[in-house]
Design a protein around this ligand. Structure first.
Ligand code: UDX
Length: 451
């Protein structure tokens, strides 16, 4: 965008690879941007004071992990605010970028003042981030909106200038820009609000998206009970422009480093403000139940779990990332291991991180590709929506599995195709495909309707 950026972290081990232009996470476009800018317009430092003195604007982007009661642990925000305060020697805009509860900017302001910074030398603004893992760079540079919560005109003007290349369209029009998404309108709108409103927008946006996911999962369960097909229902409701198709994919529930934590935190914030936001309890409950229902489905399909060899495709919390934090796939693996299964897992990016989680567990092996994971499996479970899983050679999968049973936790495969290929197939919220030879006793499973 044309700015000069100094990234500060106190952990030298993180800084070293970044200085060499190496991306520490699996994130599209980050390697090419680091190669292009590291050491030039982006530098890396372990000195907060030097960075604060050299900058006009300071973004706080530290972690806000959940504390025991579900509230956010803001101790890193406090610590970094204190250090920033000690180095403010001219007007600075302090930007709260971490996901934080309402009132946090007020606390940052207070900490900075109490640690010696003169009030006229700084403003604190809230500028929440809506980027998703895996598409973070694109989400940042081509956002649906930029939210700036500022209680001072001077700070608001600085923020508008920073985002000028995105709101004016200059960045997207430049030959240097990364490719824009198909729906890009040319310019990003900037929503200017109070700091408190901006803080609430972040939590409320994530809670709303999580609610959409839990809603469609509840509808999927109703579809299973009634004989409807959730993918058709989804198309029908999502076609209403007031609802939209996005974030209506049913499955084994949401995970990741944001939704689970942010919902708990938002719930806690509401309670602190004297409001019981019990709708959020139900969103969380449906999400938890979704994983349990899936394990139940596996149990029903296989009769007993003990000693079963299961092929697991996908460990990341969603496709396109190596992140396994709060991954529904990992939770399901844990349940299956507790039930006595042996797992052969494959993930295109998250294997290394998953190795740490199951370290020393002789019942988990990691396969180099999807076909090896299926070798001799009593069933195949698809747990992450990696696009490449939809491209797998199903005949080859069938040939290497011991039994052609597929439980699809992300509706990656089509029941029609699976039935035609001779699989016993269970998706989410749609009828099961059962070859005539494989109808489990006492099964409540419905054969897929071909009409
Ligand atoms: C989310 C928000 O989307 C983003 O705006 C915020 O800044 C950070 O949190 P992220 O955690 O990267 O981003 O993942 P996201 O793509 O939102 O998916 C979250 C979870 O919901 C994943 O486990 C995903 O598999 C699941 N999901 C998503 C569904 O189950 N169905 C859907 O339709 C969409």
């Amino acid at each position: 965008m044309g700015h000069t950026v100094i990234c500060v972290d106190r952990d030298e081990k993180r800084l070293e690879p970044l200085r060499r232009g190496e991306s520490p996470i699996h994130e599209a476009h980050l390697p090419e941007l680091l190669r292009r800018h590291a050491g030039r317009s982006v530098t890396f430092s372990d000195s907060i004071s030097a960075a604060v003195r050299a900058s006009e604007v300071i973004f706080i982007a530290v972690g806000t992990p959940p504390a025991v009661g579900g509230e956010s642990d803001l101790s890193q925000v406090e610590a970094v605010s204190r250090e920033i305060a000690e180095s403010i020697d001219a007007y600075r805009v302090i930007v709260e970028k971490s996901t934080v509860p309402v009132h946090t900017s007020g606390w940052i302001d207070r900490v900075i003042a109490m640690n010696g910074a003169r009030r006229e030398l700084y403003d604190v603004v809230s500028n929440p981030e809506f980027l998703r893992e895996g598409t973070a760079v694109r989400d940042f540079l081509f956002p649906d909106r930029i939210v700036v919560g500022a209680d001072s005109q001077r700070a608001a003007a600085v923020m508008q200038e920073i985002y000028g290349p995105l709101t004016g369209g200059k960045y997207g029009a430049s030959p240097e820009s990364i490719p824009a998404p198909a729906h890009w309108q040319g310019k990003a709108p900037l929503v200017l609000t109070s700091t408190k409103s901006a803080e609430l927008i972040k939590h409320a946006s994530n809670a709303f998206l999580a609610m959409k996911i839990s809603f469609i999962n509840a509808v999927a369960n109703l579809c299973e009970a009634s004989g409807a097909d959730v993918e058709q229902v989804k198309r029908g409701i999502g076609a209403d422009s007031r609802i939209g198709q996005r974030f209506l994919n049913p499955g084994i529930g949401y995970g990741g480093s944001c939704f689970p934590k942010d919902l708990q935190s938002f719930r806690h914030v509401a309670r602190e403000c004297g409001y019981e936001f019990s709708l959020l309890d139900e969103v969380i409950r449906i999400n938890d139940e979704q994983r349990k229902r899936f394990v139940q489905k596996v149990r029903k399909a296989l009769w007993t779990l003990k000693g079963k060899r299961i092929a697991v495709l996908g460990l990341a919390f969603k496709g396109g990332t190596d992140d396994i934090r709060e991954s529904p796939a990992i939770e399901i693996c844990r349940e299956l291991l507790a039930g006595g299964c042996t797992l052969q897992a494959y993930d295109p990016a998250a294997t290394e991180r998953a190795r740490d989680v199951f370290h020393g567990n002789a019942h988990v092996t990691f396969a180099p590709d999807a076909y090896s994971a299926c070798e001799g499996g009593d069933a195949l479970l698809a747990l992450t929506d990696w696009a490449e899983f939809a491209e797998l050679d199903l005949d080859r999968i069938k040939a290497v599995l011991r039994y052609p049973i597929v439980l699809d936790g992300r509706n990656i495969f089509s029941p029609q195709t699976m039935e035609a290929k001779g699989f016993t197939y269970y998706g989410i919220g749609r009828a099961t495909a059962l070859p005539a030879s494989d109808v489990p006793p006492e099964s409540t499973a419905r054969r897929r309707s071909t009409s």
